[in-house]
Design a binder for this molecule. Structure first.
Ligand code: KG4
Ligand code: ZN
Length: 345
């Protein structure tokens, strides 16, 4: 089955054609995967301006769909179904994808499957392999930090979520405070890497020790807004950081990553899943990938860890097509609606 998938929840406009079938034993084939981003415009304003993102989506959507079809080397009549991100996300951005997909599904006479963007981040792990259930999944994106237990497709249970800021949001807000720009995750990671290269600095801490929020809490919830507050207390606006930016970025990355990894390892020991799935933009963080791998290897329960390749961690349409394939449930195009506040379960 060939699915044409569209993703426009935030500042990426993405379209992909994926192929899978009943005999698929090793995941899906990616026939095309196009992602265009208005990130450069948001860099100038230090964060996303929703109106600007939506306008850029409008400009990009048709050429991106056209390119994805061309790259797949198939024709519109070869496509079996369409999939589109229904939410969560920015309302203006979502509407561009949803309305375009509805119109095309009607005009082309194709079934259409609305997809939950957060669930789809976990399905980025089902592209080249098929993880076994039950699974524990962690979605770490710009607006969400959700830990779930998956007994099977469409059988998700929320274990914990953030009580305030998401992990990605914490990276983004702290990066802005440290004047490292947008998006914050890659900027903080790059500064942290600079710190680690300075062997003369490692072990000679001059900056603050940041808290590891809720690390010993016995729920599966998260809280990241205190990190931003601790940072601001140490470095009030205008106070020179005396060359400590790289050290602080490193400490911040350690604090966020340690909390995330500890939660996942505890869930693995309690729920004994066959697989652990990581997903979302923050999953492209090298330190998170590395620490999670080593802690899962050392955990008391043996399980298989899946982490998507970097290009499938940040927003893309391959994960939307994949989620639609494994949760194939088309609905009439008239009923497909943008839902900015959609939750993971
Ligand atoms: O999943 P995503 O692309 O979009 C949303 O659905 O929100 O995630 C974007 C988030 C941003 O907060 C960004 O700063 C973060 O992912 N991010 C990273 C890295 N790359 C992107 N965070 C930490 N380290 C990275 N290398
Ligand atoms: Zn996302």
């Amino acid at each position: 089955m060939k699915i044409l998938a569209i993703e426009t929840s935030c500042d990426e406009t993405a379209c992909a054609v994926t192929e899978g079938g009943p005999s698929t034993s090793s995941g899906l084939r990616i026939l095309s995967n196009i992602v265009s981003s208005s990130e450069a415009m948001h860099r100038q304003t230090g964060g996303i301006v929703p109106e600007v993102a939506a306008r850029e989506q409008l400009k990009a959507i048709i050429p991106i769909i056209d390119k994805a079809i061309q790259d797949s080397r198939f024709k519109i009549h070869d496509i079996d179904a369409m999939a589109v991100t229904a939410g969560p996300g920015l309302v203006g951005s979502l509407l561009v994808g949803v309305e375009t997909a509805r119109a095309l599904a009607y005009a082309w006479g194709k079934p259409i499957i609305p997809v939950n963007h957060l669930v789809a981040h976990l399905y980025a792990n089902f592209v080249s392999e098929i993880p076994k259930f039950p699974a524990v999944g962690l979605v770490v994106s710009g607006g969400h930090t959700d830990l779930v237990f998956m007994e099977g497709h469409r059988k998700l249970r929320l274990l914990g979520t953030t009580r305030d800021d998401a992990a990605g949001e914490c990276f983004d807000k702290c990066s802005r405070w440290l004047q490292l720009g947008y998006p914050g995750g890659p900027a903080i990671a790059a500064e942290a890497a600079k710190f680690l290269k300075r062997s003369d600095l490692v072990g000679k801490q001059q900056g603050p020790t940041l808290p590891r929020p809720m690390i010993d809490d016995d729920t599966y919830d998260f809280s990241f807004s205190g990190l931003k507050t601790a940072l601001r207390r140490f470095a009030p606006q205008g106070k020179p950081l005396q060359g400590l930016v790289a050290e602080i970025a490193h400490e911040l990355q350690e604090a966020i990553v340690e909390v995330l990894v500890k939660r996942v390892v505890r869930a693995v020991e309690e729920f004994k899943p066959k697989s652990v799935l990581l997903g979302g933009g923050v999953a492209s963080n090298n330190r998170l990938r590395q620490l999670l791998k080593s802690e899962i290897r050392n955990s008391k329960h043996e399980t298989k860890l899946f982490i998507p390749p970097i290009e499938l961690c940040t927003d893309n349409a391959v994960m939307i097509g994949t989620a639609a394939f494994y949760n194939y449930s088309p609905i009439p195009w008239q009923k497909v609606k943008a839902n900015p506040g959609l939750e993971i379960v």
